[in-house]
Design a protein around this ligand. Structure first.
Ligand SMILES: NC(=O)c1ccc[n+]([C@@H]2O[C@H](COP(=O)([O-])OP(=O)(O)OC[C@H]3O[C@@H](n4cnc5c(N)ncnc54)[C@H](O)[C@@H]3O)[C@@H](O)[C@H]2O)c1
Ligand SMILES: O=P(O)(O)OC[C@@H](O)[C@@H](O)[C@H](O)[C@H](O)CO
Length: 377
C-alpha cells in the first residue's frame, strides 16, 4: 500500500488533504506537535469527516496513524519510505518542519532512487518552493544535487473552508462540501500521483493568486471589519450591509490586478466572487472572525492578501479604498488570544503606525497607499 506522510493533523490536514489521500488508497501518517491529538489518532485509527451543506454527508477515514513531531527518528523514517509528503501546518511553521523533512530525504537518498513529491498545502503563494529552500538548508551539497533530480516540491493552491471544530468527537471534522486542490504539474518529479480531487495544472499561478487575492482577501476584510463591529462569525459580519459592500469592493479591487495579470474576464471574476460569498454565508458552518483573522502580522505582509493586491491595484490606477479599510481594521485586531495580534498591538503602541506600515506591510514611505490606509483609520 502507498504511504503518505502529512504534517499537520489539524482542520485542513484531517478534513481535506488527509481525507483525499486516504480515499486515493494511501495509508496516511499524520505528524503533529499536539501530543493529545496524535495519541487519539493512534488509539482510534480512524476519524469522521462531515460535509455540511444542504445535506450532510459523513465519511469515515480509515487506517490513519500519527507520529509526534518531536519523535524525530520516527518522522525521518516515515518520510524516507513515503510515496508522497504533504503539509498543512501554517506558513509560519514550514521552517520548523523543514529539518524533519530534510532528515527523511537524507535517509531516503541513501536507499531509494524512487522520486518523491512534497506538497505544501498552505495559504501562501509559492509555499512548496519556500519549503524546498528551507529543506535545502539542512542538506549537504551532494544531497542537494540528488534532491534536485528526484524530489519535487510542486506549488499548490488549496481551497476548502474548514472552521475550528466544536463537537464532542475529538477527531471529527466538519467541512464545507466544496473543495479545490490544484498543483503545479511542472513541479512533480516522476509520474503525477493519481489522487482523485487533486488537479495537476500548468497555470498554477493564476489559480493560487486568484484564490488568495480574492477568497482570502474577502475573508480577511470580513473578519477584521466584523471583529471591529463585534461580530462573532463571518456569516454575521456579512449580514452587515456596509461590511458586505466593503468585502465585495475589496474583491473587485483585487480583481483589477488579477484580470490584468491572468486574463480572467470581468464576468468570470464576478461569478467567482459570487460563489465565494455564498460559501462564506453557508449557514451550516460557524466560522469565527477570530479564526479567519488569525495571524494578522502574516496577513498584513507585503505578499499577502491585503497589501499585495492594494499595491497592484494602485499601479493600475485604481485607488484600493476597500482593501485599505481591511488593512486599517487589521491594524485594530487586538484579539488577546492571538499571539501575532498582541505583537502587532505592542508594536503599534511602542513604534507607531509608520514603522508598522514599513516593517510589517513593506509599504515604502513614499507610497500613496499609506495615506489611503491612514485616512480610513
Ligand atoms: N481551515 C481552512 O479553511 C483552510 C483552508 C485552506 C487552506 N488552509 C491553510 O492550511 C494550513 C493549516 O490550516 P488549518 O486551518 O488546518 O490550521 P489548524 O490549526 O487546524 O492545523 C494546523 C496543525 O498543524 C499543527 N502544527 C503546528 N505546528 C506544528 C509543528 N511544528 N509540527 C507539526 N505540526 C504542527 C497544529 O498542531 C495543528 O494540528 C494553513 O496554511 C492555512 O492557511 C486552511
Ligand atoms: O488560513 P488563513 O489563516 O491563511 O486564512 C483564513 C481563512 O481565510 C482561510 O483558512 C480560508 O478558510 C481558506 O483559505 C478557504 O480555502
Amino acid at each position: 500500500m502507498k504511504k503518505a506522510v502529512h504534517f499537520g493533523a489539524g482542520n485542513i490536514g484531517r478534513g481535506f488533504i488527509g481525507f483525499l489521500l486516504s480515499r486515493a488508497g494511501y495509508r496516511v501518517v499524520f505528524v503533529d506537535i499536539n501530543a493529545e491529538l496524535i495519541e487519539t489518532l493512534n488509539e482510534k485509527g480512524f476519524y469522521r469527516v462531515m460535509e455540511k451543506g444542504e445535506d450532510e454527508k459523513v465519511y469515515r477515514v480509515e487506517g490513519v496513524t500519527g507520529i509526534l513531531s518531536t519523535e524525530e527518528q520516527k518522522v525521518a523514517e516515515a518520510v524516507a519510505h513515503a510515496h508522497i509528503v504533504t503539509t498543512a501546518v501554517g506558513p509560519g511553521v514550514l521552517g520548523s518542519i523543514a529539518p524533519l523533512i530534510a532528515a527523511g530525504i537524507s535517509r531516503r537518498l541513501q536507499h531509494s532512487p524512487e522520486p518523491l513529491n512534497v506538497i505544501a498545502c498552505e495559504n501562501m503563494v509559492g509555499a512548496s518552493t519556500f519549503l524546498k529552500e528551507k529543506v535545502m538548508e539542512h542538506l549537504s551539497p551532494s544531497e542537494r544535487e540528488k534532491l534536485e533530480k528526484t524530489v519535487g516540491f510542486p506549488d499548490a493552491a488549496v481551497d476548502r473552508i474548514v472552521p475550528p471544530q466544536s463537537g464532542t468527537d475529538p477527531l471529527g471534522v466538519a467541512v464545507e462540501p466544496y473543495f479545490e486542490w490544484v498543483v503545479d504539474i511542472g513541479g512533480f518529479k516522476g509520474a503525477v500521483p493519481e489522487i482523485p480531487g487533486m488537479k495537476a495544472v500548468e497555470n498554477l499561478q493564476a489559480y493560487v493568486e486568484r484564490k488568495i487575492y480574492t477568497l482570502n482577501t474577502g475573508h480577511a476584510v470580513a473578519a477584521y471589519l466584523g471583529y471591529e463591529k463585534g461580530c462573532t462569525t463571518i456569516r454575521e459580519a456579512l449580514q452587515n450591509p456596509q461590511i458586505l459592500e466593503a468585502v465585495k469592493g475589496a474583491m473587485a479591487e483585487s480583481g483589477v490586478y488579477l484580470r490584468a495579470c491572468f486574463g480572467f474576464s470581468e464576468e468570470e471574476h464576478e461569478v467567482y466572487i459570487e460563489k465565494t460569498l455564498q460559501r462564506f454565508l453557508n449557514p451550516a458552518l460557524e466560522d469565527p472572525v477570530v479564526r479567519v483573522g488569525r495571524n494578522p502580522v502574516r496577513k498584513l505582509g507585503p505578499k499577502d492578501r491585503l497589501v499585495y493586491p492594494s499595491v497592484r491595484a494602485l499601479e493600475l490606477g485604481v485607488k484600493p479604498v476597500n482593501l485599505a479599510r481591511g488593512i486599517a481594521a487589521a491594524l485594530k485586531f487586538d484579539y488577546e488570544e492571538d499571539q501575532e495580534a498582541r505583537k502587532l498591538q505592542q508594536m503599534l503602541r511602542e513604534q507607531g503606525i509608520d514603522v508598522v506600515l514599513n516593517k510589517v506591510c513593506g509599504i515604502p514611505d513614499e507610497s500613496p497607499l499609506r495615506d489611503i490606509i491612514k485616512a480610513t483609520l
